[in-house]
Unconditional design. Sequence first.
Length: 107
Amino acid sequence: MKQEQVPVTVRILDKEYVIACLPDEQDGLLGSARLLDRRMREVRQSGRVVGSDRIAVLAALNLTYELMTQRNQLQKSAAGMLERLQRLEERIERSLVGETHLDAARK
């Protein structure tokens, strides 16, 4: 059964926006809006940027940079974990082969 989208009102930098989303995605949308609002306020409070469009772009760039940095760290971590698992698998294989040779020698 397909869920119907519901209107959700978010407030970002003193402006309200009504956004349609699925009911089970509402918490994520509200959390994202709070984060974006906080970041935009931080950019505005720095005093170096004027205009809500520029504030939004800088906040989006900062969030995107953080996302990409975390994604790269996760990819490196996953690659390291895969390498460790492969080494462990090789050790297990060598151990099993060694046990097979010992069993054959005992017979």
